[in-house]
Design a binder for this molecule. Structure first.
Ligand code: ASP
Length: 426
């Protein structure tokens, strides 16, 4: 349960510093072109290094997280009705969150507010137009003929096969197959993937220590090349993410609480406020887990066995805010780069984001590698992610609050079912 040491204030200072430096530099020179040698020779390579370091960890992190997640949800001690009920609620809540996000991003089209000239001004290469395929072709690509090849070419924009999607399918399939192998025989591989997951998470933590430096560089580039205009461009995107998170975190959760539990939404949010605030300030579901457990048992009076089971799994595998954010961001970036995603491709992105709720680690910025990877799969250039990095910490704080809220709502629903079962026995 570790988290990175990047405090929000450090990142905030880095943002302000980078942006101010960029704006001042832009003000001092006759034309932004004069700054290009600095950008291309210093700040851009640092940012690219950061993205490459993250991408280096994507495959081991995703594969081990998915396999361990399936094993954790399906092993002996966790199996049974409680596990199934949790899984059912997780899937329903995640799907709702993703479709809310995709609905709003399709409606508002925040990517249209970013003119292509701005992207070119930032030296981002526009991707070649990818021909959209039929629904069956897209679906069949999810199943890799050669998972190693898909992993090797996952970030190659010319790879027209399943890429990261196919790798995720393979990991899920192996996880499910492992559940059907006697425990003793599966143990070495299970331990390998659990250990790989811990190591990859630690690797990500090390890389994320560079976040303030990378964010300062990205904002320098943004400020120097686009001036304050740069912020107006992504302002609509930020507003769309916040509106969708609010709709899900307040609207959907209240609805579920009213019809699925005995808790009044206002009382529920009041009682859980400590955990929600902690999620907001740490931007990590894992780091918030001890607080969520305390709140669930002491304030919501949920049975400890239910709280422990649902919240432990939920801290890594039930991330509604993350799933929603990833869907909105991928579609936003596709709009920015003029990539027309067909209905089938959007459905595929939605399915992946629902899976991402399981596969994204509960640590700050864990969504970023996923966005880069799935984005590459639909033709979004890798540097596209840099467009949103400056605002990611703030959005991470908001989506993590929705993640933790979703875990507590899920625990309350499962606990109600459990109590009803007990009442029937008595
Ligand atoms: N920070 C999120 C969490 O811990 C994960 C993410 O979306 O980056 O829940």
């Amino acid at each position: 349960m570790s988290t990175t040491r990047n405090s929000p204030s450090k990142i905030l200072y880095a943002m302000i510093l980078g942006l101010l430096a960029g704006l001042i530099a832009r003000g001092l020179v006759s034309s932004p072109e004069v700054l290009l040698p600095w950008i291309n020779g210093l700040t851009k390579p640092i940012g690219t290094l950061f993205i490459r370091l993250i991408l280096m960890l994507v495959i081991p992190l995703l594969v081990s997280a998915l396999i361990s997640g399936v094993l954790e949800a399906g092993t002996g001690k966790n199996l049974g009705k409680m596990g199934l009920r949790t899984l059912f609620i997780v899937i329903i809540l995640s799907s709702l969150s993703v479709f809310i996000g995709l609905g709003i991003v399709n409606w508002i089209q925040p990517g249209r507010f970013v003119p292509q000239a701005a992207i070119q001004a930032m030296n981002h290469t526009l991707p070649p137009k990818i021909e959209s395929k039929g629904i069956w072709e897209n679906m069949l690509q999810i199943v890799p003929m050669n998972p190693l090849k898909e992993a090797a070419f996952a970030f190659d924009p010319k790879n027209s096969e399943g890429g990261i999607i196919a790798v995720m399918f393979f990991a899920l399939f192996i996880g499910i197959a492992m559940l059907r192998v006697p425990e003793k025989e599966a143990r070495p591989v299970r331990e390998f993937f659990q250990s790989l997951f811990t190591i990859s998470q630690r690797g990500l933590e090390i890389v994320l220590k560079l976040t303030p430096l990378a964010v300062a560089c990205f904002l320098f580039n943004l400020g120097a090349q686009l001036g304050l205009e740069g912020f107006r461009l992504i302002g609509v995107y930020v507003a769309v993410v916040l509106a969708a998170l609010l709709l899900h975190g307040v609207g959907v959760y209240s609805f579920v609480l009213i019809f699925g539990t005995n808790h009044h939404p206002i009382h529920f949010f009041k009682k859980t406020s400590e955990a929600l605030l902690m999620a907001f300030s740490t931007a990590s579901s894992n780091a918030t887990l001890p607080k969520s457990l305390e709140v669930a048992e002491k304030k919501l009076n949920l049975p400890p066995s239910v709280a422990r089971f649902v919240l432990t799994i939920g801290a890594s595998a039930n991330q509604n805010g993350t799933a929603l954010f990833e869907g909105v961001t991928i579609l936003f970036l596709a709009q920015v780069y003029g990539i027309d995603l067909s209905f089938a491709q959007q459905l595929q992105v939605a399915g992946l984001c629902i899976l991402a709720g399981v596969g994204t680690a509960g640590v700050p910025s864990a969504s970023i590698p996923f966005i880069a990877a799935v984005g590459a799969g639909v033709g979004i250039p890798l540097e596209g992610v840099t467009l949103i990095l400056g605002v990611d910490r703030f959005l991470d704080m908001c989506r993590t609050t929705v993640n933790v809220g979703g875990d507590l709502v899920c625990a309350a629903v499962v606990a109600r079912g459990d109590r009803e079962k007990e009442d029937r026995v008595l």
